[in-house]
Design a protein around this ligand. Structure first.
Ligand SMILES: Nc1ncnc2c1ncn2[C@@H]1O[C@H](COP(=O)(O)OP(=O)(O)O)[C@@H](O)[C@H]1O
Ligand SMILES: [Mg+2]
Length: 233
């Protein structure tokens, strides 16, 4: 399900499938305007995601898309090609994969302002008290390994549906206090016409690169490598 409501409000363009009042939109705009730090780390995730409580909705996570000089041009190019902003693309793919039964944070809204060099935000339901799988694997490797079955199942569904996440690594898997897992960061995800074997290798290679780079337990990679090949038919 894509955003079935589109609304321009105070120079922001919103898309949402939720019942959001002007009051809600005002609150979100305030969050968009709150300065945020960026501290990228695969282990902990970046800090530029703001968490706040919104009336009637609950706890939400607001992600701001950063763009450097060159990236700005790529983003413009992508916008001109697809006619869609990054936030809308991520919002729609989250809805799509949710309907395939993959656990991702519930998309609530997207917003952007200024075309073609736009600023963009994505609002999802916050995953409370989470850590990344990367961090968990360093603290409790056994527990992390036990979650791999679910991850393999999710990645297998993505591959069956020809969806390439592009950046799936243990830092983009959130684990909540009940050890439920959430795949996140579908910013660059897209449908791919690559054949399944190629896609499997792409997923495994991306995952492995992060394991090596951040010194995570090798077993995290070994499990994905063997089980994913078995799971995708
Ligand atoms: N729905 C959410 N609930 C709670 N925290 C979130 C949510 N989405 C993202 N985050 C936090 O923000 C971090 C970065 O989010 P991500 O989508 O991976 O953006 P980036 O493109 O910066 O990597 C995550 O590691 C997580 O800590
Ligand atoms: Mg990320």
């Amino acid at each position: 399900m894509n955003a079935n409501k589109i609304k321009a409000y105070d120079s922001y363009n919103f898309g949402f499938s939720y019942d959001l009042s002007d009051q809600h939109l005002k609150h979100l705009i305030k969050l968009f305007q709150t300065p945020s730090k960026t501290a990228d780390s695969v282990l902990g995730g970046r800090r530029s995601v703001l968490i706040d409580e919104i009336d009637d909705i609950g706890s939400v996570a607001v992600k701001y898309y950063h763009r450097g000089g060159f990236v700005r041009h790529l983003i413009k190019k992508r916008y001109l090609k697809w006619g869609k902003t990054r936030c809308q693309i991520e919002y729609e793919i989250l809805n799509k994969v949710r309907h395939l039964g993959i656990n991702v944070p519930e998309p609530i809204a997207y917003a952007y302002r200024g075309i073609p060099f736009y600023k963009a935000w994505l609002v999802t339901r916050a995953v409370k008290q989470h850590q990344t799988l990367a961090l968990l694997s360093l603290k409790d490797a056994k527990k992390a390994f036990s979650l791999m079955e679910k991850i393999v199942a999710y990645v297998s569904v993505l591959i069956q549906n020809k969806i390439f996440h592009v950046d799936l690594h243990p830092g983009n898997v959130l684990v909540d206090q009940y050890f439920r897992i959430f795949l996140i960061d579908f910013d660059k995800a897209h449908f791919s016409c690559m054949d399944k074997d190629k896609l499997i290798n792409k997923y495994i290679n991306r995952w492995q690169r992060a394991i090596v780079k951040h010194g995570l337990p090798e077993m995290l990679w070994k499990i994905l490598n063997t089980e994913l090949r078995k799971a995708v038919k």
